[in-house]
Design a protein around this ligand. Sequence first.
Ligand code: ATP
Ligand code: ZN
Length: 641
Amino acid sequence: MASQQQLSAIKGAKVLMVGAGGIGCELLKTLALSGFQDIHIIDMDTIEVSNLNRQFLFRKSHVGLSKAKVARDAVLRFRPNVSITSYHANVKNQEFNVDFFKQFSVVLNGLDNLDARRHVNRLCLAADVPLVESGTTGFLGQVTVHVKGKTECYECQPKPAPKTYPVCTITSTPSKFVHCIVWAKDLLFAKLFGDKNQENDLNVRSSDPASSSDHAEDIFELNKDETIEHYGRRVFDHVFGYNIEVALSNEDTWKNRNKPRPIYSRDILPDEPTKQNGNADKNCATDGQSLISAMASLGMKNPQEIWSLMENSRIFIEAIKLFFTKREKDVGNLAFDKDDQLAVEFVTAAANIRAESFGIPMHSLFESKGIAGNIVHAVATTNAIIAGLIVIEAIKVLQNDANNYRMTYCLEHPSRKMLLMPVEPFEPNKSCYVCSETPLSLEINTHSAKLRDLVEKIVKAKLGMNFPLIMHGAALLYEVGDDLDEDMVANYNANLEKVLSELPSPVVSGTILSVEDLQQELSCNINVKHRDEFDEEKEPDGMVLSGWQETSLEKGDSSKTLGNGESTSKTLPSTKDADKNDDTDIVVSGRKRKLDEASSAVDISSEANSSKKPEVLDDDDDDLVMLDDGDSAINKKKRLQ
Ligand SMILES: Nc1ncnc2c1ncn2[C@@H]1O[C@H](COP(=O)(O)OP(=O)(O)OP(=O)(O)O)[C@@H](O)[C@H]1O
Ligand SMILES: [Zn+2]
């Protein structure tokens, strides 16, 4: 039961929820049932069939409609007096500026990606509105509180980068099925159906100057006078046959590894073109891309079945045919999407054929889709628990009850008899460039890097700015905005193509650049240092930003890497290799907190050998929570008083 004070805090609050998905549906219901009177919801998505199992405010008839609006309508049916305002929009839109955020007492995130979370964090800091942040992955979840000046902001700790693999493992020496999946989706799929101008490492290992022109780069182009069947077989033979033979010729590679076997289509598939079973016309008649399917075309139904090498080969050729005949317009623009049936079929087949070649067990379409999309199946109960915890923290925030703020982690296995692990939040990180004034430093070749490189690789990609403004002293070098006149736009575009040291106000070693995002009201200084050379493998951007860093999930893996999924991906938690460890710590975004520091509100009874080492990754490419060995350094960090 809420106290009178709590009730009045709740009643007087104006709350912004961002995200009306798995956590969001639970959260909206809990807020309304807890007595909140004025709730605003932003969500950019429409409802999909796959949401219905857990996003319980939605029904089949709502598929295709705005999540924010349908969630609002559903809750109004049982709490008609609550004021709920919905926005079917991206929270990064300009309309949601600092003034918009300022009207709220607290912001509650139920998002699924790092980019949007970082953006909301910045707006909350700029508007000085507390943020309660959350995430779930399967049984695992977390709720954290961020209050400007009192606790860490969401970006005080560097976030782990998505899991990545060295390029050579993917292109030449796969040893796990996931390596074959990454190869199939990030290299082969991208090469055949994606943007041709994108850099692609697919062919690096097979370029043999002595080889015939047949094996040159244009192997992946469909010739005008050839059938798609012929083209599909040509690609098949190149990537599964010829490339493997080239790789085999390098004896050293295989000294301590099992040799792969080349696979040619003529040995697997009969000579005549792949026969369709008559369902192809059904594909033809459908209008939605999700219904165009190589499996349907070939009369294969069970996604849980592991296909034979022949079936994989038939799917491979059939999927290419369908892309080039039924989805011609998409070819050249496609990015792998786990919800694109034909893309998943192609990637499964290609990964399986490669796996077979390297002696790696093949997988079903269902399993491949999970690996390719980094899917951990959502658990409705976890979302409900997390939503409840968000509301508990929101009420504390509304009462300004800073001593009792908690970050709470929902674990998969009990640790010292607890599944919910509350931890006191830490003070802001004094060297966080987002919530403190700490300058960053950038090593870059000022004689060869262009302003465009700096804008794309650092300001947008690393610093997450949407509307950047870059100044050198009083000189404005670059700016983005709707209200710029043509001359200014032309001037900035010209600057983008200039080398840093040749800009109207030259950027050289020792220059301090001031970078600002007008929407996020975030500004920071970057100290520039010239450096001639960069290691292509270790520093692929050709520049190094420090004072800010991503933590890699795979330790000791410093080479150029390829990732497994960065879109709606969720990374698989791994508990199976867990060590038994009595003195368990919680690692938050790569830094550790002793359980001894957990809230005294919870009885931490010591239970020897009770704790496994679950690794918790919440949605998409964000927070890492890991139970792991001790590290006393973190104990030196001051807790929030
Ligand atoms: N930039 C953004 N602006 C507004 N809403 C966003 C933004 N980014 C993500 N969201 C919303 O956050 C919600 C996250 O919910 P959830 O994690 O359950 O994802 P989902 O897309 O519903 O499910 P799944 O990814 O498992 O299919 C989604 O409804 C999504 O539309
Ligand atoms: Zn910070």
